[in-house]
Design a protein around this ligand. Sequence first.
Ligand SMILES: NC(=O)c1ccc[n+]([C@@H]2O[C@H](COP(=O)([O-])OP(=O)(O)OC[C@H]3O[C@@H](n4cnc5c(N)ncnc54)[C@H](O)[C@@H]3O)[C@@H](O)[C@H]2O)c1
Length: 383
Amino acid sequence: MKTYRVAILGCRGRGTAAARAYYQHPRTELVALCDLIPERLETLGDELGVAARYDDLDRMIAAEAPDIVAIPTGTEFHYELALRVLEYGIHIDIEKPICTTLAEADEVLAKAAAHNVQVAVHHQGRSGGAHQAVRAAIDAGKIGALRYMQGSGKGYYAGYGLMNIGTHMLNSMLGVAGPVRSVQAQALTDGRPISPADVLPSPSGMGTIAGEHVTTALNFASGITATLLQHRFATMDSTAYMLEIYGSEGRLYWKSGSPWLLPEPHFAPGKSEWQQLAPVVPDHYDPEGPAAVEDYQFADEYVQALDEGRAHECSGHEGRHVLEILMGIFESGAYGRRVELPQQDRDHPLLRWRAEAGLGALEPMPRPYAEWLAAEDRRLGRG
Ligand SMILES: NC(=O)c1ccc[n+]([C@@H]2O[C@H](COP(=O)([O-])OP(=O)(O)OC[C@H]3O[C@@H](n4cnc5c(N)ncnc54)[C@H](O)[C@@H]3O)[C@@H](O)[C@H]2O)c1
C-alpha cells in the first residue's frame, strides 16, 4: 500500500491542524513544511519532528516530491498558490472557501483536470464522524423521506459568516441532499435591504461581501428545500451553529462532533426525546495522538479516494458548488430575485451590481474581524 507524501504550505492555525492529521495517519507521511515566517516553521517542525523546512514552495516541491500539498493559507492566496502547486501535477488539500470568485475556482479545477490530479477542499465537518452518523441514520431510514433542512451560523456579520463558516454548513447540506438548483435570499444591512454602497471587502481576505443579516431559501435538485440563517449577533454564540434535518418520520440534529436523532417528525416537549448518536470514527484513530478527529478523517478520506482513483467527498467540484451557492446568495440579495445555479456569469455579482450602479472601486477595510466590525459600525453611524 502506497504511503502518500504530504507537504504543508502555511504553518499557522490550520496548517498546524493539517500537519497533525497527516503526521498521525498511518498511510501519510509528513515530509516537509513551508512558511514565510521562520518561527512558525520552527514551532511546527519541532512539535512533529519535521526537519525539511522551506520558505519557498518551488524549492520544497523540487526537493521533496510530495504527492499532496496542503494549502492552509489566508483565502486571498488560495487561487495563486493552488495554480502554482497544481502546475507540478500534485494533489492539493486547500482550505475553505476554495477561492473568492467563481472565475478563480473554475481556473483551479481546470488546472487540476489538465494535470489529472485531485482537489480536496478542507470541509472537515462533512468527512467527520457526526456527519457520517447523520448520513448513516438517513440511509437506514431513521427519519423517513427527507423534507427540509435548517442551518445557522454563530453570529458573524452575515456576508463574512457566509464565506467563512457558511461554506462548512452548505457543504454539509450538499452531503445530505445533493446539489442546489436555485437560491433566494433576503440580505439586510442595518435592518434594510442592502444597497450597492453596502458592498465591502471581506474581513480576513475572503473577497467581497454584503449583508449584516442574510436569510436564504435553498431549493435542491432533489426537490427538498432548506433555510440558511447567517445573522450578526451582538455576541458570537457557537451553540447557534447547527444543522437540523427534517424527515417524514423523524429529525436529525448535527453540530460539529455531535449528532442527535428525534424519532418523531415533530418535537413536542414532554412527549418526544432527542437521542444522542455515536459519531462514526475509524478504529485506527488514536484520540491520544495530536490530530483532531475530523481533520484525521478528512485525511483518511483523501487516502481512500486516492487509492481508489476517485475524488474526495469534499472535492474541488463540491467546493466550487458551495461557492456558486454563496455567489448566488449575494446576487439574489442584491438584485432581489431567485438565482438559478450554476450561474453563467462567473464574475463577482456584488462587484457587477456596484459597477452597474456607477460606484467606483471599493474603499479598503481593516483585515482583522474586530477592527473590520468597528469600521462597519462607524460607516453605519453607530459611533
Ligand atoms: N477548516 C476550518 O475549520 C477552518 C477554520 C479556520 C480557518 N479556515 C481557513 O483557513 C485559512 C486560513 O488559515 P490560517 O488561519 O491558519 O491562516 P493564516 O493566514 O493565519 O496563516 C497562513 C500561514 O501561511 C503562510 N503563508 C502565506 N503565504 C505563503 C506562501 N506563499 N508561502 C509560504 N507560506 C505562506 C503565512 O506566513 C502564515 O503563517 C482560510 O482560508 C480560512 O477560511 C478553515
